[in-house]
Design a protein around this ligand. Structure first.
Ligand code: DC
Length: 232
């Protein structure tokens, strides 16, 4: 069967389950999954490890700008899923810690960081079926995406999901801290000057507060089959 080049853009607030949803769709319909937030997290980890963010959270933008185009951030796809690498080092674990989460929004608001990530995402997704999740995929990175999904969910439910995820990884988070970080990120992501998080006019909204993963899959299957006749 001829594989149509289809881009599905999945945007929404923090911890709405975008990556879980996108991974599930990628598996069911053989799409390449790309996590744009991981790229911003990778840049943030690099900046933290190289002394470019001080104790007050101030970012040394000049130092970061001088090296950003030399960073070899890329994804490796294997049977376990998609993992982010910085050169030959897998950084998938490090980029999900609260330390990175609490600095990633200001880093991702810097225009030259956004340009770097957008260029990388375009080069990773030349042709084929791609599903990508983030904050500005349907509005800025792929404004012509064939299907745009905007995900939202109740704040406490989102904070609980992030909290459970961290506990499962052996961390010992404080629920109120996790919720505070989530709300702060929502605010910065939606109010920054460059590519703020907004719902694209042609996006389909999914509020998954009370949805199971199976219900999410049924929902998107209807959209994909209706538009493209792709059955697997
Ligand atoms: O989806 P996530 O929580 O891993 O994203 C981490 C941060 O990256 C998020 O706070 C905002 C930023 N981000 C962005 O600005 N644009 C994207 N397309 C994806 C993420």
């Amino acid at each position: 069967m001829q594989v149509p080049d289809v881009v599905i853009a999945v945007d929404g607030y923090s911890s709405t389950g975008k990556s879980t949803f996108a991974k599930m769709v990628a598996k069911a319909f053989s799409f390449l999954y790309l996590d744009s937030g991981a790229m911003y997290r990778g840049v943030t980890l690099y900046a933290l490890e190289n002394g470019m963010i001080d104790a007050e959270g101030k970012i040394d933008e000049a130092a970061l700008k001088a090296v950003i185009n030399t960073l070899d951030l890329h994804f490796v796809h294997d049977e376990e899923g998609t993992k982010l690498y910085l050169s030959d080092r897998c950084i998938e674990g490090e980029i999900r810690t609260l330390g990175v989460s609490s600095h990633v929004s200001p880093v991702s608001a810097i225009p030259f960081v956004r340009n770097y990530v957008d260029d990388r995402l375009h080069s990773f997704s030349e042709g084929g079926r791609v599903i990508m999740d983030g904050r500005d995929i349907g509005t800025t990175v792929f404004p012509n995406a064939e299907i745009k999904v905007f995900m939202t969910a109740d704040t406490d439910v989102r904070a609980r999901r992030r909290y459970d995820e961290m506990v499962a990884k052996g961390e010992n988070p404080d629920f109120e801290e996790v919720k505070k970080n989530l709300l702060e990120r929502d605010y910065i992501d939606s109010h920054r000057e460059t590519s703020p998080l907004t719902q694209a006019a042609d996006a389909y909204v999914m509020d998954n507060t009370d949805m199971t993963l199976h219900e999410e899959l049924v929902w998107i299957t209807g959209l994909i089959q209706g538009r493209f006749g792709i059955y697997s």
